[in-house]
Ligand binder design. Structure first.
Ligand code: PLP
Length: 378
C-alpha cells in the first residue's frame, strides 16, 4: 500500500496550481522571447508580463506601474528597506520595525545598523501583536521608514495594519509591510491602509519559487536595488523571468476570483484542527486570541521536543515545521515565540502546521489523531 503523505507546511511553500502551470507553460516552451526585443516573440512576452502586472495591481488596488517584479519575498523586503535608506540616508537614519519580523527584514536591519542606522524593534504582546501607541512613541524626526509585517509566518497573527498606516501617514513616513503570508487570504487595499511599499512572494501562492514583487507607491523616495538595463522602469534591471511572472499574475488572478471561498475553506480546516486538539491539556495555540490568517496554527506541546515530534510525524507521512522554514534544521528557539514571552523550552516545544486548499478534513483528522498518539508516547 502506498504510504500516505500529508503536506501541512503551506506557510513554508505551496505546490504550483494546475491553473498557474497551464498559464506558464507557453513561456517555458515556444514563447521564449526576451521581453525587451522588438520582434513578435519578444512582444508576446512583454504583453504577458504587463498582463501579470495588471492582475497583481488589481488585487492590491494600485496602479500597474507601481508593481515591480523581483526574485523573491526576501529580495522585495531587502529592496524596500535598503532602497529607502539609501535614498533618505544622511538626512534620516532611523528605522522602526517589530521584533517578530521575518529574517528577510530583521537581518537587513542588522546590516543597516552596521551602516550607521538606528533601528527600533517594537515589542509585541503575548499574542504577538504590536501596540500602535508604541509606534507613535518611537517615531522621531529622523525616522526614514516603518516596516511592520502584515501577518506573521509562524503564528499567522495579523498586525493592526490600518492603524500603523494611519500613524505613518500622519507623520509622512513611508510604511512598508511584508505581506508574503497575508496575500491570498486578506483583502488588501494599499490605499485605504496607507501602505507605501508591500512585499509579496510567488511560492506562497501556488506560483513558482524565485518570483516576488514589490509594490512601491508613486513618489516614494527609493533607490534601485540593482543597476543594469531598463527593465522594471530601470529600478530592478535584468532580463525578466517571463514564465514565473506569468505564474505570479495567474496566482493573483485566482486570488481575485476565489479569495473568500478559499479563506472560508482553509479557516474551517484550521478550526477543526484546533478543536480536535482542544481537549489535550499539554497543547496550547500561540496567538489564538488574535485575528489570524486562516492557514496557520502554531502549537506548543508542554515538556516535549518539537523536533522529535516533527520526525515522528514525518514517519507517519505528515509534513509540518518547527517555526519558520529558515530556522528549521537549527535548534535555536524561534525569535517570534520568544518575543511573545515563551520560554526557550516552550519555544523549542512548538510546531507550526499550515494548511491550504489542497488539504481536506480527512487530512486534519489523520494529523490530529497521530499527533495525539505521539504526544502520549513521549
Ligand atoms: N517574509 C515572510 C513573512 C515569509 O514567510 C517569507 C518566507 O517564508 C519571506 C518573507 C521570504 O520569502 P521568499 O521565500 O520568497 O524569499
Amino acid at each position: 500500500m502506498e504510504k500516505r503523505l500529508i503536506y501541512a507546511d503551506a506557510a513554508a511553500t505551496t505546490r504550483i496550481s494546475p491553473y498557474v502551470l497551464e498559464k506558464m507553460m507557453p513561456y517555458l516552451t515556444e514563447q521564449f522571447g526576451n521581453a525587451s526585443a522588438v520582434h513578435r516573440i519578444g512582444r508576446t512576452a512583454r504583453t504577458a508580463i504587463e498582463e501579470a502586472r495588471i492582475h497583481i495591481a488589481s488585487a492590491l488596488s494600485c496602479k500597474p506601474d507601481e508593481i515591480f517584479f523581483t526574485g523573491s519575498g526576501t529580495e522585495s523586503d531587502n529592496w524596500a528597506l535598503r532602497g529607502i535608506c539609501t535614498e533618505t540616508g544622511g538626512r534620516k537614519n532611523h528605522i522602526i520595525t517589530s521584533s517578530v519580523e521575518h529574517h528577510a527584514v530583521l537581518h537587513t536591519c542588522r546590516y543597516l545598523e552596521k551602516q550607521g542606522y538606528r533601528v527600533t524593534y517594537l515589542p509585541v504582546n503575548s499574542s504577538g501583536k504590536i501596540n500602535p501607541d508604541d509606534l507613535k512613541k518611537a517615531i522621531t524626526t529622523e525616522t526614514a521608514l516603518v516596516s511592520i509585517m502584515y501577518a506573521n509566518n509562524e503564528t499567522g497573527v495579523i498586525q493592526p495594519v490600518s492603524d500603523i498606516g494611519q500613524i505613518c501617514k500622519n507623520h509622512d513616513i513611508p510604511f512598508h509591510t511584508d505581506a508574503v503570508q497575508a496575500v491570498g487570504y486578506e483583502k488588501i487595499d494599499v490605499n485605504t491602509r496607507n501602505i507605501s511599499l508591500l512585499s509579496v512572494s510567488g511560492h506562497k501562492l501556488h506560483a513558482p519559487k524565485g518570483i516576488g514583487a514589490l509594490f512601491i507607491r508613486k513618489d516614494t523616495p527609493i533607490s534601485n536595488l540593482l543597476f543594469g538595463g531598463a527593465q522594471e522602469n530601470n529600478m530592478r534591471p535584468g532580463t525578466e523571468n517571463t514564465a514565473a511572472i506569468v505564474g505570479l499574475g495567474a496566482a493573483f488572478e485566482k486570488i481575485c476570483s476565489d479569495h473568500e471561498e478559499k479563506t472560508r475553506y482553509v479557516e474551517n480546516l484550521r478550526n477543526r484542527f484546533e478543536k480536535n486538539l482542544s481537549e489535550n491539556k499539554r497543547i496550547s495555540v500561540n496567538g489564538a486570541c488574535e485575528k489570524r490568517i486562516p492557514g496557520i496554527s502554531s502549537i506548543t506541546v508542554k515538556n516535549a521536543d518539537g523536533e522529535r515530534i516533527l520526525l515522528m510525524l514525518d514517519l507517519k507521512g505528515i509534513c509540518a515545521s518547527a517555526g519558520s522554514a529558515c530556522t528549521s534544521g537549527s535548534s535555536s528557539p524561534s525569535h517570534v515565540l520568544k518575543a511573545m514571552g515563551l520560554s526557550n523550552q516552550d519555544a523549542l516545544s512548538s510546531i507550526r502546521f499550515s494548511f491550504d486548499d489542497n488539504n481536506t478534513c480527512e487530512d486534519i483528522d489523520y494529523i490530529t489523531e497521530n499527533l495525539i498518539n505521539i504526544i502520549r508516547k513521549i
